[in-house]
Write a protein that binds this ligand. Structure first.
Ligand code: V47
Length: 384
């Protein structure tokens, strides 16, 4: 840890003392940290908060992503994955059997978590998703099904003419145990209006997560940064997540997602390009850790960050590298340079080489035995 004098010289003495005492930082404190160019100082504070919560552990999970369709009615400007119409080249929709089949592909590999999300398809009924989850659980009872963003839940409710609480209740009965954090983007209405005008509002997104928490479904949350939003918008976003967590308490992890620009309709103003760099990513991850004092985990998502930045982020507040993934479309369609998959051996090594203790986890962050099986899926991205 840097000395107290160092923080005093930066005008951060009070923030330093607050972090050491485990006290909550204000939005104004967050703004001062964003404005601080001393990355070591910001990183040291985030590392202190991370260490208090998670020691020297760095988590990873043997998981698989399945994107059931890229056909989506929302047309978000930042999204390179979505297709507006089924007839467009590259548009696809999986069947229930395709979904189950993707999980069985790697026979003998005991996935701990399956992450199922897709576009907001114009016609797929809720019964399709109920059947998908039931069949996955019947075939693989020990897999935790983490599926459907709050945006998809709101879309299903709209199509069925029922409430989001009813949708969640039905999906839980089918076997839904957890929800991913996507779709949050940036909550500030003026930004949301520009980057994803047809998507659920911030209030709806937060309400659906609160409802999930009330049913005992734990969820993740996220922030999409490095596009047209301001630092104030990022802090407003984190503040809203923190307030929701104070109320409903079911967020497990936050995933800071840096905007990837390729194949995106969202064009950045020239002055934004310089900001979208490694330091901005690390600082934003650090601020997530420091502001979200009531959310236990911060994910360093190697797919979007790249392996080397993801490793470095473990020293900037992050404590989780997500997992083996196996097949990823949303980030790769937008130009992610990372591999499609990592093996558990690679993840373990990446963590050890960074000086942390690797913990293979289940979807709820319970440690699982790592000796049983190492993911054999292809992946060449190694640790630094
Ligand atoms: O909601 C879309 C983002 C999210 C781009 O909960 C983009 O464990 C960058 O939420 N550049 C989906 N980001 C991914 C997601 C996620 C990933 C891994 C783990 C978990 C979890 C959740 O990806 C979307 C959106 O915010 N996204 N397009 C893009 N061009």
């Amino acid at each position: 840890m840097l000395t107290a004098d160092h923080f005093a010289r930066l005008g951060l003495a009070r923030i330093h003392d607050a972090v050491l005492a485990g006290e909550r930082l204000s939005v104004e404190d967050g703004a001062r940290l964003f404005a601080c160019n001393d990355m070591n100082a910001v990183g040291a504070l985030a590392h202190h908060a991370r260490t208090r919560l998670n020691g020297d552990k760095a988590y990873y999970v043997l998981n698989r992503h399945v994107n059931y369709t890229n056909i989506c009615v929302n047309g978000c400007l930042f999204c390179a994955f979505q297709k507006e119409k089924a007839e467009q080249p590259g548009a696809y929709r999986l069947s229930v059997d395709d979904i189950v089949g993707k999980i069985s592909d790697h026979d003998g590999m005991p996935f701990n978590e399956i992450h199922i999300v897709g576009g907001c398809h114009p016609t797929l009924p809720l019964s399709f998703f109920e059947e998908s989850i039931r069949k996955v659980k019947a075939a693989f009872p020990s897999i935790v099904v983490k599926a459907f963003t709050a945006v998809e839940i709101a879309h299903f409710a709209h199509l069925e003419g029922i409430t989001t609480l009813e949708v969640l209740t039905r999906l839980k009965a089918a076997g839904l145990e957890m929800m991913p954090g996507g779709g949050a983007e940036i909550f500030a209405p003026a930004v949301r209006e520009q980057i994803c005008p047809r998507k659920s509002t911030a209030d709806e997104w937060l309400r659906v997560h609160g409802e999930a928490h009330s049913l005992g479904i734990s969820t993740n949350c996220s922030i999409l940064f490095g596009h047209i939003e301001s630092i104030e918008d990022r802090l407003d976003h984190l503040d809203r997540l923190r307030r929701q967590q104070d109320i409903s308490g079911g967020f497990t992890c936050c995933i800071p997602l840096p905007f990837l620009t390729e194949n995106s309709l969202l064009k950045l103003p020239a002055e934004r390009y310089g900001e979208h760099n490694g330091l901005d990513k690390l600082k934003t991850i650090a601020l997530c850790r420091l502001m979200l004092d009531n959310i236990p985990h911060i994910k360093s998502y190697w797919v979007m960050l790249g392996v080397k930045t993801a490793q470095t982020a473990l020293y900037f507040g992050a404590d989780d590298l997500d997992g083996t993934i196996v097949e990823e479309k949303i980030g790769h369609d937008a130009g992610a340079q990372s591999d499609q998959a990592m093996t558990t051996v690679q993840l373990d090594e990446m963590i050890r080489r960074s000086g942390f203790t690797p913990v293979r986890r289940d979807a709820f962050y319970n440690p699982v035995q790592s000796g049983a099986s190492a993911c054999g899926c292809a992946g060449k991205g190694g640790a630094a």
